[in-house]
Design a protein around this ligand. Structure first.
Ligand SMILES: Cc1ncc(COP(=O)(O)O)c(C=O)c1O
Length: 463
């Protein structure tokens, strides 16, 4: 008989829940001793967990919206959050749970930090869910402020400017040059609830000094939230550098096959925040999952969670190989006469190179055994001489590289952000975010880099 069949009465269910919690904690502790790739492959889906799922080798996709309970005590214990259960997929689900646990372990990899994660229906939902709980009314009537790196994804810019500032009256303070730590420090004051930045940023690959900015945040008693979508935990683990909360558009390099939209909020246990409840500070991701997520409802589909989990298993090897391809393509573009400037933190000429080389390390190194290796990701951007008309001719001349508002993909894709991902924020918004009309963003995929270069060479001949 399983514990599920034996338990009767509320207390028995709570006790059974404690056993499940202890078994999962033991598995987490065991997996913390494993290498990055092993964690990525298994997470906490142990051999015992597989047997409890009819021996399914792969984590099963629980597509059912709801869980059936053994009796009313089981129902009450589960819905009262007195025992681990899933109940209803908007709140929790076993497939989502396995993705969350794997992401939390990877994000904290090698840092000694204990983290937890909540997955969301998209990357934007993750940004929203990381920020919204920190903006709760504190009863003083004082307008909350947030300090945000302006060089960020267009959707994030719009979320802060339109949804938070215009619709909700939040004082959004833009850091025009995120690498300039003095600018962050200048904008923080007693009304500030959080600092937010991308490392590296989309589309201009701007670099954030996470240790320095997290110190500024913590001196003010507030958390630093870092969007590390472009780097992924294979190359950058911001929690280990001082960040409190990491957000990902899981839709990108983590789910590189391009079969699912998903997001994640990963937080260290015990975030710094003068605001909010003890529960929120102690386990931010769990707080988000059980309360704001439940009420706002941006849940991830279990099917998409399985798609993401499937790609996540091979993250490190992909980010290694594709970063090396992108580094080669970046050097090719830098040497091309039609190219004005290349934005890629791996280039020695890039203003963020020093900080990126200090902080961006391939997990487990080049040989998988710890030989240190910088890797800078597979996203880059470049400007061409001749302004936007030339940039459009180059984009239109690509044949292998696809034109799409996408990145982190197995297939190389390119776009002109000012007319696509960053169109809606308008000219003024693009000026704040430094997205010039002639900028082309290129995400280098799994093709042979020589073929990508040939395609770029043919397109650049039209500049
Ligand atoms: C850096 C970054 N953050 C967040 C997002 C939003 O993610 P999603 O498209 O999954 O909502 C994106 C999407 O492009 C992004 O590039």
């Amino acid at each position: 008989m399983t514990g599920l069949e034996m338990a009767t009465g509320l207390d028995a269910w709570v006790a059974h829940g404690a056993e499940i919690t202890a078994a999962e904690e033991a598995e987490r502790a065991r997996m913390r001793g494993m290498r990055f790739d092993t964690i990525a492959v298994h997470g906490i889906y142990s051999a015992e967990a597989a047997l409890a799922h009819q021996g399914s080798l792969i984590e099963p996709a629980y597509l059912s919206p709801a869980q059936h309970f053994a009796d009313s005590d089981h129902l009450e214990a589960a819905l009262g959050y007195l025992m681990p259960a899933w109940g209803y997929t908007r709140i929790a689900n076993p497939t989502l749970h396995y993705l969350e646990e794997t992401l939390a372990l990877l994000e904290a990899y090698g840092t000694g930090i204990v983290a937890s994660a909540v997955v969301t229906g998209s990357g934007m939902a993750a940004v929203d869910m990381a920020v919204t709980p920190l903006l709760a009314d504190d009863g003083t009537g004082r307008r909350p402020s947030v300090v945000v790196g302006a060089k960020c994804y267009g959707g994030t810019f719009q979320l802060f400017r339109e949804r938070f500032a215009r619709e909700r009256g939040v004082d959004v303070r833009w850091v025009r040059e995120p690498l300039d730590t003095a600018e962050w420090a200048r904008l923080v004051d007693g009304s500030t609830r959080l600092l937010y930045g991308e490392m590296p940023s989309n589309p201009s690959l701007s670099v954030l000094d996470v240790p320095a900015v997290s110190r500024i945040a913590h001196d003010a008693g507030v958390p630093l939230v870092v969007d590390a979508t472009v780097a992924t935990p294979a190359l950058l683990r911001p929690l280990g550098l001082g960040a409190d909360i990491v957000v990902h558009s899981v839709s990108k390099s983590i789910a590189a096959s391009g079969l699912a939209i998903a997001g994640a909020v990963v937080a260290r246990r015990g975030i710094v925040s003068r605001w909010g409840s003890d529960e929120m500070r102690d386990d931010f991701a769990l707080h988000v999952k059980l309360l704001p997520m439940r009420d706002h409802g941006p849940a991830l589909s279990p099917f998409n969670a399985l798609m993401a989990l499937t790609d996540l298993r091979t993250l490190r090897g992909r980010m290694d190989a594709w970063s090396r391809s992108a580094g080669r393509v970046a050097a090719f573009l830098e040497a091309h006469p039609a190219v004005e400037r290349v934005h890629y933190p791996g280039l020695a000429s890039d203003p963020g190179h020093g900080v990126a080389a200090r902080d961006m390390w391939l997990a487990d190194g080049a040989d998988g055994e710890g030989e240190p290796a910088n890797r800078f990701g597979h996203l880059l951007a470049f400007t061409v001489r001749g302004g936007q008309p030339a940039a459009r001719r180059v984009l239109d001349g690509l044949r292998l590289v696809r034109r799409a508002t996408d990145l982190g993909r197995v297939k190389s894709v390119a776009t002109i952000p000012s007319i696509s991902t960053h169109q809606q924020q308008g000219e003024e918004g693009r000026a704040i975010a430094d997205v010039p009309p002639r900028l082309i963003r290129l995400s280098v995929g799994a093709e042979h880099p020589g073929d990508v270069e040939d395609d770029l060479a043919a397109a650049l001949a039209r500049a």
